[in-house]
Design a protein around this ligand. Structure first.
Ligand code: OGA
Ligand code: FE
Length: 282
């Protein structure tokens, strides 16, 4: 009898950027003068996505840009903002320090995501049926949360001008991502090995908020990209992945995206997750 291993590599569609030349943008609110909410076109490509649990050497943050960590939490209700700020932020600060070997860590942001049964499986920044103020769903376009420029700007945004001027050494930004409700069967997170990303694959793109403009990288397709995910990520586990590093090294950015796993059972619980963003000083 043969059985397909549920943990084998899969193939799935990843939404790359079809880059047309001008700076890509998208609005998170109704654009002024009724203009388009985005100018990006996407380039969906089917790519192999390996199960990183099967790697002979466990992936390591400094080598490939991502790592699996044991991260049990004392939070009982992720719907309670006090538990997130008082318990979860401290836990993630410790997790980021342990994974990076850093000296100091500052958790400065988090985002809860929930896939709703009546909404599209993935969001692309914002889409026409987006409901203002609702919980975002899985993010279905390949991106990196910071660019060379916005990663540098984050230092002062988190520490303040004066303290940031005193920083002499290396700093980086990592995300810590986990499920808030059961093992992840639906819309898992794929991460791209930073060593397989060429600088010219990354395209700075604007996210326009009412009071500021943020900058992320979207990514052009390159057959060299090596993608991975962690099969059935448990609620006691988290993925730490690098979003910026002030020091050039093998990996400074880890592009990522949610994807539709071909073996997700139709009755699988819809994905619910939390990601925290952490500035780490060395
Ligand atoms: C992130 C992110 C997408 C998702 O953690 O930075 O983009 O679908 N997550 O969870
Ligand atoms: Fe992201």
């Amino acid at each position: 009898m043969s059985a397909v291993s549920a943990s084998a590599a899969v193939r799935s569609r990843l939404n790359y950027l079809k880059h047309a030349g001008s700076t890509p943008y998208n609005y998170t609110f109704d654009p002024p003068d009724g203009g388009p909410w985005q100018n990006c076109e996407y380039d969906p490509r089917e790519m192999p996505i390996a199960n990183a649990r099967e790697f002979i050497c466990a992936p390591a943050l400094d080598a490939c840009g991502f790592e699996l960590v044991d991260a049990p939490t004392r939070v009982r209700d992720f719907g309670d903002p006090r538990q997130i700020e008082q318990i979860y932020y401290r836990e993630m600060q410790a997790a980021a320090l342990q994974a990076t070997g850093g000296r100091e860590a500052f958790v400065f942001d988090h985002m809860l995501r929930r896939r709703e049964p009546d909404r599209r499986p993935m969001t692309f920044g914002r889409h026409p049926d987006h409901v203002q103020g609702s919980t975002p769903g899985p993010a279905g376009r390949v991106h990196n949360d910071y660019t060379e420029a916005s990663g540098k700007r984050r230092l002062a945004a988190v520490l303040g001008d004066e303290a940031s001027r005193a920083v002499r050494g290396r700093y980086c930004i990592v995300n810590v991502w986990r499920s808030t409700s059961g093992p992840v069967l639906d819309a898992p997170l794929a991460v791209c090995d930073g060593r397989s990303v060429a600088p010219q694959d990354l395209v700075p793109s604007e996210i326009r908020y009412p009071n500021r403009t943020g900058e992320v990288y979207l990514m052009r397709h390159n057959p060299a990209h090596r993608w991975a995910y962690f099969h059935e990520l448990e609620t006691t586990e988290a993925i730490v992945f690098k979003q910026f590093d002030s020091v050039p090294g093998p990996t400074r950015f880890t592009p990522h995206s949610a994807f539709e796993h071909p073996d997700t059972p139709p009755d699988a619980p819809l994905r619910e997750s939390i990601e925290t963003r952490v500035l780490v000083l060395f």
